[in-house]
Design a protein around this ligand. Sequence first.
Ligand SMILES: NC(=O)c1ccc[n+]([C@@H]2O[C@H](COP(=O)([O-])OP(=O)(O)OC[C@H]3O[C@@H](n4cnc5c(N)ncnc54)[C@H](O)[C@@H]3O)[C@@H](O)[C@H]2O)c1
Length: 418
Amino acid sequence: MNSRIYTVAILGVGSRGGNGYGRIINTMSEQFKIVSLCDIRRERLDMFAPEFNVPAENCFDTDEEFLRERRADLLIIATQDKDHVRHCLRAFELGYDVLMEKPITADKDECLMLLEAQKKYGNRALVCHVLRYSKPYMKVMELIDEGKIGRLVAIDALEPVKYWHQAHSYVRGNWRRTGESTPMILAKCCHDLDLLQYYAKSRCESVSSVGDLTFFNQDNAPEGCATRCTECKYADTCEYSAKDIYVNGWHRKNTPEDDWPFNIIASAPITEEKLWEAIKNGPYGRCVFHCDNDAVDHQMVQMTFKNGVKASLLMTAFNDKMGRCYRFYGTHGMIILANECVTLREFGKDDVEFSSKELLESGHAHGGGDFGLISSLYAMLTGAAPESTSLEASVESHLMGIAAEESRLHGGALIKIH
Ligand SMILES: NC(=O)c1ccc[n+]([C@@H]2O[C@H](COP(=O)([O-])OP(=O)(O)OC[C@H]3O[C@@H](n4cnc5c(N)ncnc54)[C@H](O)[C@@H]3O)[C@@H](O)[C@H]2O)c1
């Protein structure tokens, strides 16, 4: 183990790369130093270069120039889904260790090619499955490992996407078209698939899946609605109204200067004027019933693991306020994880509750997971701990998601993975 300071370059200084990991890393001056940035949006470089103290000559507008040579020990890849493999392959070639955003890719061959390249060049790589590093999810594993519920038999997982998040990302936004980004089951649920294989402690043998886009299409448009919210008679009554999600929503959050999802549609410092401009003219002001989306709004996956554990996952876009909810069924008890709180129910005994209040109050995203991930990243680099969400482990869960999408497109057919 050593205590050296690792230099960091960030490719894609957006919501995750800049506001998320960049800002966390920037507070850890005894472990990391950010030395280079690349983003095709000049305003992101202008915002983060002074904040992270990166000189102008180390900021790049194009990935081509940035990836010409190695610029740090570690590269954070936080560009959009379709670029991850291309960026990661080049990073391996250049000799970087890598922290890569999920999803890796929706293509099985690309997953395997990346693993091959990693083996060839010998890089270390962590994929951002942040929930594994969040306190409630870690507590569940601890209870399973302590044998509190006996032998784990089945897991029932629910990923309820909030209605406005669905509208923002999967109807109007970057993940609305499967062919141009990634199928919903990978884009939104690769964390769930990763957690399920992690808790099952086994590779997934087979999956079947069904799901559709059932609501966000023209058939469900209210009578006489406009194609843009700013021109629509339902602008003040429709729950999917861009005015409510972005303008009223920004006021409900006390007008933050730079916060998701507002910073996706307007540059920081955010103003009401910028938000109105974005919804009047940009893609995020389109009626949710008149977009060019094809991402599903609900999907179910059934999984059998090689050790016999079974799991089911439901992703639904029709939700407000609820967070992920997982139930773990064992031969001597069950564990319920809901709203970041863990309940242990050993058969014949009183429930024991574990609250994650403390960690959630620390202010870091994903129940402390983003912060936990960066701490583990340092442990991986120094050799103090093995990588938990390694590229290899993440590829396993991506194979589950790729098979689930194949099954969905074939009417729920059973797809063998291993
Ligand atoms: N781990 C998680 O829980 C989690 C959560 C949300 C998003 N994500 C993933 O993180 C990634 C980034 O998402 P985001 O929400 O930060 O998006 P974002 O749009 O805010 O950030 C992406 C940034 O990359 C830049 N960029 C795009 N193409 C580029 C290129 N070729 N070269 C250089 N810069 C480029 C964009 O200008 C933008 O600033 C996505 O793959 C997304 O799926 C992960």
